[in-house]
Design a protein around this ligand. Structure first.
Ligand SMILES: [Zn+2]
Length: 157
């Protein structure tokens, strides 16, 4: 059976994914297709695996470390009040993290005082075409995030 995450990774390898930010040792960084939460980023695991505990230990620790670094870079650029790190996988089981920069009240009427998991938003709101970045915006945002990830990586080495 096909895997949508593997499909995306194959597009990256062919240079055909405009959402691609950069490649790290254990995964690929991509911007989310829709930016209802500005800076929404994903970190796709290089291995097609379904659970963290099924990854080999040192690879798993490196993956988590790199995920944290990507989240930090998103944080530095978008200055959220809170980062959300989510590994779900009920749609596509291949391991990947959703990294959402959040602001208090950003769910508006769909939240509990505006707050709650992003998935409380109706799909029509979450995936509304108005939140799809233009190619120009994508170029800028992916470059900016890549620069910050590389800067942080250099700083930590
Ligand atoms: Zn896969």
């Amino acid at each position: 059976m096909g895997c949508l995450v593997c499909d995306r990774i194959n597009l990256i390898k062919k240079g055909e994914n405009p959402y691609f930010v950069c490649e790290l040792e254990t995964g690929y960084v991509v911007l989310g297709d829709h930016q209802r939460f500005k800076g929404y980023t994903l970190f796709l695991c290089k291995k097609h695996q379904t659970e963290l505990h099924l990854l080999e230990y040192s690879f798993k620790m490196k993956y988590l470390e790199e995920m944290s670094l990507v989240a930090e870079a998103v944080y530095n650029i978008y200055h959220p009040e809170k980062m959300n790190h989510e590994l779900l996988g009920m749609g596509d089981a291949h391991i990947y993290f959703h990294l959402f920069p959040r602001h208090y009240g950003d769910l508006g009427k769909y939240g509990n005082n505006g707050n709650g998991p992003v998935w409380w938003l109706p799909k029509e709101e979450m995936w509304d075409d108005q939140y799809r970045p233009s190619l120009d915006e994508l170029k800028r945002s992916t470059q900016r995030l890549k620069d910050e990830i590389l800067r942080l990586k250099a700083e930590k080495n």
